[in-house]
Design a protein around this ligand. Structure first.
Ligand SMILES: *Cc1c(COP(=O)(O)O)cnc(C)c1O
Length: 365
């Protein structure tokens, strides 16, 4: 191999992962004029999950799409790189979103990087600590309302029609366009689409986006099959499963604490087209999966993300033998340290004397 020292070190000589928009430019609604606002999101690992597969048996293989490794710690970055780039292209000076936390962190990071103001409405008292910390430090203007996420979403939809602010919730079509790239990455890693895709459902934007992505690669001839789409809601916030709006959604998985999903009809269309299903998992089932993921697979996700694995284990007898299953882990466990400390079944010995004898005794020797 010969090096070419005469080549200038321009951006085009950059050899790392360039971020979603550059990587998937041909499949995204961008042009040469679009200013690309990126934190080099995407390219997250697809990690085998042998401990989960062993609980299912029958030759079923399971992988985890660990989207908590995105720059702000959740899959929301995939949608936000595109939504903010398009907002900047359109000349916006400010963006707004309602958020259970992760959207606000992503919107804040990308908007501020683009030089835009970021307004975020959050349900007071129901946003995990790490997410609030991010939004504040990234420089968003955070407005906590004494109401639910659903109320906050209704308000920002209205505000965006009355004031010069661009809405970047998942009703913004660019969000889903960006998020569909996770399906591309899965197909590239496995060589085809999986048999099943298990995913947590809140506003149902992500399940819709994955389906778009699998279909696009399928129609391009890059995937031979399409997966069954299995969406899982938290039992206390399961409007799609129940077939009616939940006025007072409750679950410790705050990222999916949503009673009236913005993409409800599209989610039903995905279920129908893919032969998939929606299911509800209890907070206990979510916590069991959350602990299993950390203690046996070595993967720390946030509680909402564990709903995909909880759901898979709940319907494990329906998984065909030898099937290939991908569970989406939507957010990083560090987002919600309170839940981890509260629900860990940990061996945590406190106030131990600083002597070898005392420590050895605690160790059981
Ligand atoms: C936003 C979010 C979800 C829900 O995604 P939807 O597109 O609203 O269905 C799930 N998990 C995490 C961690 C999230 O941030």
């Amino acid at each position: 191999m010969t090096l070419s020292p005469s080549k200038p070190a321009t951006a085009s000589a950059f050899h790392g992962w360039p971020g979603l928009i550059e990587r998937y430019r041909a499949y995204l609604p961008v042009s040469a004029q679009t200013p690309v606002v990126t934190l080099h999101e995407g390219n997250t690992p697809l990690i085998p999950a042998p401990a989960i597969a062993a609980r299912i048996g029958r030759g079923v293989r399971v992988w985890l799409k660990y989207d908590g490794l995105n720059p702000t710690g959740s899959f929301k970055d995939r949608g936000m790189t595109l939504a903010i780039s398009k907002a900047k292209e359109a000349g916006a000076a400010a963006v707004i979103c309602a958020s259970t936390g992760n959207t606000s962190a992503a919107a804040a990071a990308y908007a501020r990087r683009a030089g835009l103001r970021a307004f975020v409405l959050i349900p007071e008292g129901y946003v995990a600590l790490g997410k609030l910390a991010q939004a504040l430090l990234y420089g968003a203007e955070v407005i906590a309302i004494r109401g639910s996420f659903d109320r906050a979403l209704a308000m920002v939809r209205e505000l965006a029609t009355q004031y010069p602010v661009t809405l970047v919730n998942s009703v913004n079509p660019y969000r889903l366009e960006g998020q569909k790239t996770a399906a591309f990455e899965i197909v590239e890693a496995l060589g085809d689409a999986p048999d099943w895709l298990c995913i947590p459902v809140g506003n149902a934007g992500n399940i819709t986006a994955y389906w778009m992505g699998f279909n696009q690669y399928h129609s391009e001839g890059l995937a031979a099959r399409l997966p069954r789409m299995m969406g899982f809601e938290a039992a206390g916030s399961a409007p799609i499963v129940l077939g009616k709006i939940v006025e007072h959604p409750e679950t410790l998985a705050t990222a999916i604490r949503i009673g009236n999903p913005a993409n409800w009809q599209r989610a039903l269309a995905v279920q129908e087209a893919s032969g998939g299903a929606f299911g509800a998992v209890s907070d206990e089932e979510i916590l069991d999966a959350y602990r299993l993921l950390a203690a046996e697979e070595g993967i720390f996700c946030e509680p909402a993300s564990a709903a995909s694995v909880a759901g898979l284990l709940k319907v494990k007898d329906q998984v065909p033998a030898e099937a290939r299953v991908v569970c989406v882990l939507t957010g990083n466990g560090l987002k919600d340290p309170d839940s981890a400390i509260k629900h860990a079944e940990a061996h945590f010995y406190q106030g131990v004397e600083p002597s070898l004898a005392a420590v050895a005794q605690v160790m059981g020797f």
